[in-house]
Design a protein around this ligand. Structure first.
Ligand code: TMP
Ligand code: ASP
Length: 239
């Protein structure tokens, strides 16, 4: 597989074309941003952790019957993925109040919901990723009703798998963001990453934050938190 020119650079990853028109290579960076790029920094070693963690979790999703873009890990930071066009929706599942849910609705963090919630944001940096509902997404032609139903079904299934796995690791899955893509034939698959950048992960006993909130909130110990969460994943991910 030959790595050809870069087709896209996001805040945390670069995407390259390959000699196979249906395959891309994703290259994970150590760059970290928050608040739509207003805060910038580096989390040393993050790219390696996020690449390897995402891939192991994507394999778990495939085993649970959730199709993903994952093909093969190529190096510490590089992964071969299926070429998709990203559905411009950020799909957020929450099990416990935190972050924007807490600030938007004026509640404290840590309220355990009876059932998980789902919300969508329009993936658009210029507009600061505004919250929208399924009707808005269809009106804006971001996705069809059928695609949204598929995305919802997969997102809740991801939550079931992820919540159970992190619980085995002594970690509480508070919330997370997913992105989905469309293959050339229109099939919806899980894309992007599943990492401490995109999930809130709390130690189950102490509720210590083991995710990017340590960077967003200037709490310190960012690299240690990423290393700790990776260590726990590796200890429980025997494949
Ligand atoms: P929020 O509480 O800020 O809406 O975040 C919900 C979850 O989504 C949290 O786990 C962090 C993740 N997230 C991203 O992955 N990218 C983003 O741009 C934002 C705002 C949140
Ligand atoms: N995606 C956000 C940014 O654009 C970062 C975050 O809060 O995760 O900077």
């Amino acid at each position: 597989m030959q790595k050809l020119e870069q087709v896209y650079e996001g805040k945390a990853k670069k995407v390259f074309r390959t000699d196979d028109p249906e395959r891309f290579i994703v290259d994970y960076k150590d760059d970290a941003t928050a608040f739509n790029g207003a805060k910038e920094g580096t989390i040393v070693g993050k790219g390696v952790i996020n690449n390897q963690m995402t891939n192991r979790l994507m394999v778990r999703m495939e085993k649970a019957g959730i199709p993903t873009h994952y093909v093969q890990e190529l190096s510490e930071r590089e992964t071969l993925v299926k070429k998709v066009s990203i559905v411009p929706l950020e799909v957020i599942i929450r099990n416990i109040s935190a972050g924007h849910f807490a600030s938007r609705y004026g509640v404290e963090e840590g309220i355990v919901f009876d059932a998980p919630t789902i919300e969508f944001s329009y993936k658009c940096d210029e507009l600061d990723d505004p919250l929208l509902n399924a009707y808005h997404a269809v009106a804006l032609k971001l996705a069809t009703w059928e695609e949204i139903e598929t995305i919802k079904k997969y997102a809740f299934a991801v939550n079931d798998v992820l919540k159970a796995f992190w619980a085995e690791c002594g970690v509480t899955l508070v919330d997370f963001k997913l992105e989905f893509g469309k293959l050339s034939d229109g099939t919806i698959v899980l894309a992007d990453e599943i990492s401490p950048d995109t999930c809130r992960l709390w130690d189950a006993k102490t509720h210590e934050k083991l995710d990017k909130d340590r960077f967003r909130r200037d709490m310190g110990g960012v690299e240690d938190a990423y290393a700790e969460i990776m260590k726990r994943l590796l200890a429980h991910d025997a494949d």
